[in-house]
Each structure stands twice: as C-alpha cells, then as structure tokens.
Design a protein around this ligand. Sequence first.
Ligand code: SF4
Ligand code: FES
Length: 252
Amino acid sequence: MKITLHIWRQKDSKSAGKMVRYDMPGISEHMSFLEMLDVLNEELVLKGDDPVAFEHDCREGICGSCGFMIGGVAHGPMPGTTVCQLHMRHFKDGDELVLEPWRAKAFPVIRDLVVDRTAFDRIIAAGGFVTVSTGSAPDGNAIPVPKKNSDLAMDAAACIGCGACVAACPNAAAALFTGAKMSHLGLLPQGQPERARRARAMVAAADREGFGGCTLHGECEAVCPKAIHLDVIARMNREFLTASLAAWWRGR
Ligand code: SF4
Ligand code: FES
C-alpha cells in the first residue's frame, strides 16, 4: 500500500518547526506503525538526512513511551491502542496521515514527535508514592482489601503515563493521569496514611507545571489507551476538596 505522511519536523525546542511530506510506497499492511517509521528513517539515513525522532521502548503497549497525534487523534484511530500497537492494516491504500507531537505548554517539544513529559514525573514525586518501610514481601492475604476497591485500584494502576489525555484535552489538563495515580494509592489500605497530603500535593504540582483545569470534556477518556475512566477525576476532586477543607479547619 502507499501512504503519504506529513510529519512535524522540529530540530529542537528553540527552533521553529514545519510539516514535511514523505511518500511511502510499498508499505506492508502487516507492519506496525512504528515499523513503518523505522523504514522511513532507514531511507532518510541512507540519503544522509536526519531521521524522524519519536519515542518508544517496549512496543508492547505497557511502558507509555510512545505516543503522538495521528490525524489529530492521540495514539491514532484505534480505541484503546497505543501507537506502538497500531498496525498498517488499520489504514487504507492512499491514506494521507498527519503526525504531530503532543501539544501542551507543560509538554515542550524536544525534537520532531518527542516531547518532554518530565512534568508527569514531578507530579508523581509530589505525592504519588507510599512512604512505608516495606521490608520483605508480605503475605498476599495479610492486609484484607475489599474486592471492589482492589478492582478499582487495579483499573487506575493501568495508567502508563503516556500523556495522551493531556494532548487530547482542550485545556491540556492532567486530571485523568493525576486522578488515576491518586486513585490507585488512595483506594488501598497502604495508601490511607498519606491520602490527604497526597491529594493536595499532587493537584498543586499539576497546577505548578502549567497543566490546565479540568472542565469535564471527556476527550481524555476517549483517547486513553488503557481505558482509564473519568471516575478517577471525580475521586481526585473529592479527595482534594476534603483534604483542603480539613486543612482549612485546622488553620493551615
Ligand atoms: S490516563 Fe490514560 S492517556 Fe492519560 S497518561 Fe494514563 S494511560 Fe495515558
Ligand atoms: S512503546 Fe511502550 S507503550 Fe508504546
């Protein structure tokens, strides 16, 4: 099949970027999307041109490294699928595809399709952890967890930190990501002692990083490759409000 790509090329965060057209004849429908870009990059390198920079690691949909906009949709047209799990059989012969990096103030472009997502790391560093002396692995049933809570915590823990939710949001909010991380710890007994502090610290960190406020458009849920539900945002807002009111009541 023949695919035409229009790819955002940007040398570094300070340079201006532009769209560049690449015609790709002879693409196999069995290739993954990233393999198709590997083929393009081999051709570019052989011609002495700079390859297109894109991020990837596992190529199995679990690490969260990959991700860019394909035709204006974060991770492309297949629901619940990361870019690395997308295959060329999902496209038609003659398709023209526009590839762009995530667009958000808190995710500055590093090069081509690669953005700096360390803002997410700083949200986690603010409170997305449990401060306990864990010692050796405890017995599986030592701390009983209600089935409903363990299921919800596991669903939230599926977030791979890819950033698609931010890219899809008209406010560039990080609410689905922050809510997922907060939910996965706050629903478990081990996460209770730091729950209030965590809620305030992570929301404040997201604000500091320049992410926008959530106005519940739901675009994040629509593009999330791990089907993280909007419920995590409601839980985050409730935890933040409860923690803030308690702090105000105590006078700090
Ligand atoms: S909530 Fe979904 S879209 Fe957002 S970072 Fe996590 S996995 Fe990616
Ligand atoms: S490369 Fe790891 S999720 Fe895509």
